[in-house]
Design a protein around this ligand. Sequence first.
Ligand code: MG
Ligand code: MG
Length: 282
Amino acid sequence: MAFRRSIYKSRAQLELMREPGLITAAALAAVRDAVRPGITTGELDAIADRVVADRGAESNFKLVRGYRHTTCISVNDQVVHGIPGSRVLQAGDIVSIDAGAQFKGWNGDSAITVVVPGSDDAGLTSARQALSDVTEGSMWAGAAAMATAKHLGDISAAIEDHILGAGPSALGVPYGILRDYVGHGIGRKMHEAPSLFNYRTPDRGAEVRPGLVLAIEPMVTAGSDQTFVEDDDWTVTTTDGSDGAHWEHSVALHDGGIWVLTAPDGGAAGLAPFGVTPVPLG
Ligand code: MG
Ligand code: MG
């Protein structure tokens, strides 16, 4: 068994995670600005790749065995792990973009969901935006809970409560929470212990204390939580064809409070509705 690193990092290590977080944020901001009908997911990936390279970082997705892209881009009934390529985005598509950067040996990981503008189907657009909003809100609820949580399970409960508390989706059923894919620790590797569930489990989980850095990433559907992996061996798609959404931030807990490493404002805007003010590192 390999040497097992502590899940709690020093303040100096947390500070080293700021730059890869900000590079990840810049890559996603550039992609968000480029999303429009007619662009391909491969073109969006190239935009993220350029930002990461221009900032002197590496795509940590390319460090995952067998993966050759800087982003995962998942459209409509695809929830996560979609492979960018020749797919052309249409007005009204719901698109999740997941990206990460490694810089000086430390990692950032973040995801956004965008509804492609320009659709004349207002009902579809608003249903998809609602799905994205619920998912994003649950990520912020989880991040806010991290400020006062005693155990990981407290964060999981906050995420679950936010999603189920939103009421039914446009399909008239509760939003579905993926159970086979979860959040994670992050640091020298993009994926580290511990796992962070997006729903309650019988185990209260590891202690939440300064030095913990979590990639909080709820994956939510407008219907059933059942998914399958497509023939490309990567893309995770809903079995019932309902839409999926995915939001993610890398969040650090330090002596003074929490700081969202993959948000340029440290998460101030997203955390405000929850009464939590992020505290800068260093
Ligand atoms: Mg990610
Ligand atoms: Mg992640």
